[in-house]
Design a protein. Structure first.
Length: 76
């Protein structure tokens, strides 16, 4: 995975959103949207985690930037 990029992996049966920052450090979040429990996907153009179900968007570190979700992605 390149720097400033994200992807969803499966680890011990859980969907994990992994973001690799510009320093090469990986950040791990739950890939499950806090609104309706769909799996988010990495948007490489906007550098966001996007939920395909209802349009919620989260920044690189999992903070809500567009609802309907009101809770951030859980850090892992």
């Amino acid at each position: 995975m390149q720097t400033d990029e994200g992807r969803v992996i499966e680890q011990n049966g859980a969907k994990i959103a992994v973001y690799k920052d510009n320093d090469g450090k990986e950040h791990f979040l739950s890939a499950i949207c806090t609104h309706n429990k769909c799996t988010v996907a990495w948007n490489n153009i906007d550098k966001t985690w996007d939920c395909p179900c209802h349009g919620s968007r989260f920044d690189k570190m999992g903070k809500v930037i567009l609802g309907p979700a009101i809770a951030d992605l859980e850090k892992k």
